[in-house]
Design a protein around this ligand. Structure first.
Ligand code: G
Ligand code: G
Ligand code: NA
Ligand code: MN
Length: 254
């Protein structure tokens, strides 16, 4: 597979980078969190979307090295920002199923955080519902350990998995990210609005932070504010940006 071979070389050739998309507080407009997102710009071709290469990397097992690279890079960048005086910002990484469920995946994450001199609250992970459902007791115990140490654990694409809500009772989670499809259609579709409202309600009743992703319009933002959603993320505010473009946003009074 050509794409798989290219991806194999991408790490060595420094064709990968991380972009960071701000999550903004609906209360004070402050950037409280950044989601780290992988980008691949092949030296000899057009950029490839993670929506294409992440599933491929999952199938071939390359995801472990790719994930390792992303982890290292995000922690390095977070440490650099802390050294530059930005001390109350979190960075969240997407962890794929294979990374979470691998025997030492979560240990490697924790080790990486420590190696870079970061505090647990400086970083977070985003997992999908489906990954949590597949986690056995051993993996859950490791997630609980991270949770108790203060690592933020968010459920990505909340509301689109195959799970019942009951897992929220015993899984170590600190935040819900309401899936962008509900956000997108909420202004026009009463059903999407109802689901979004219910997700925010249940999140808050469980003491969780609620994030809306894919916010693209002022109308969506107004609804999310009204529903007391905590954080908003989307093109309406900022796209995923290279670190150098994020830095001025972090130091500027907003
Ligand atoms: O950034 P974009 O919307 O193009 O990302 C497409 C998909 O790729 C999203 O589902 C996103 O979660 C996933 N993705 C982006 N970066 C990473 C990463 O570092 N690790 C994993 N596992 N998935 C990622
Ligand atoms: O699956 P996940 O939630 O991790 O996907 C994150 C992806 O969503 C990123 O790759 C990013 O490019 C994309 N994204 C970020 N903001 C918006 C937005 O406002 N609208 C849409 N359609 N996609 C967005
Ligand atoms: Na995500
Ligand atoms: Mn998502």
């Amino acid at each position: 597979h050509r794409l798989a071979e290219g991806l194999e070389r991408a790490i060595a050739n420094r064709e990968l980078s991380l972009h960071y998309q701000p999550q903004v507080s609906t209360v004070n407009g402050r950037i409280e969190n950044l989601e780290a997102l992988l980008r691949w710009y092949p030296a000899d071709g057009e950029s490839v979307s993670p929506a294409e290469f992440i599933p491929l990397a999952e199938r071939t097992g390359l995801i472990e090295r790719l994930g390792e690279w992303a982890m290292e890079e995000a922690c390095r960048q977070q440490a650099a920002w802390r050294a530059a005086g930005i001390v109350d910002l979190r960075i969240d990484l997407n962890l794929s199923g294979r990374q979470v469920l691998a025997a030492d995946g979560l240990e490697r994450f924790e080790a990486c955080v420590m190696r870079h001199g970061l505090r647990p609250q400086d970083v977070g992970i985003e997992l999908t519902e489906n990954v949590l459902i597949e986690a056995d007791d051993r993996i859950l115990a490791k997630l609980r350990r991270l949770y108790h140490r203060g690592v933020r654990i968010a459920i990505d694409d909340f509301g689109t998995g195959y799970s019942s809500l009951s897992y929220l009772k015993h899984f170590p989670v600190t935040a819900l990210k309401v899936d962008r499809t509900f956000v997108r259609d909420a202004p026009q579709q009463p059903e999407d609005r109802a689901i979004m409202e219910a997700a925010i309600f249940i999140g808050h009743r469980l003491g969780l932070e609620v994030v809306a992703e894919g916010v693209e319009t002022g109308e969506q933002l107004a609804l999310l504010r009204e529903m007391r959603c905590d954080l908003v993320q989307g093109f309406y505010f900022y796209p995923p940006l290279p670190a150098a473009e994020v830095f001025p946003l972090l130091v500027a009074p907003s």
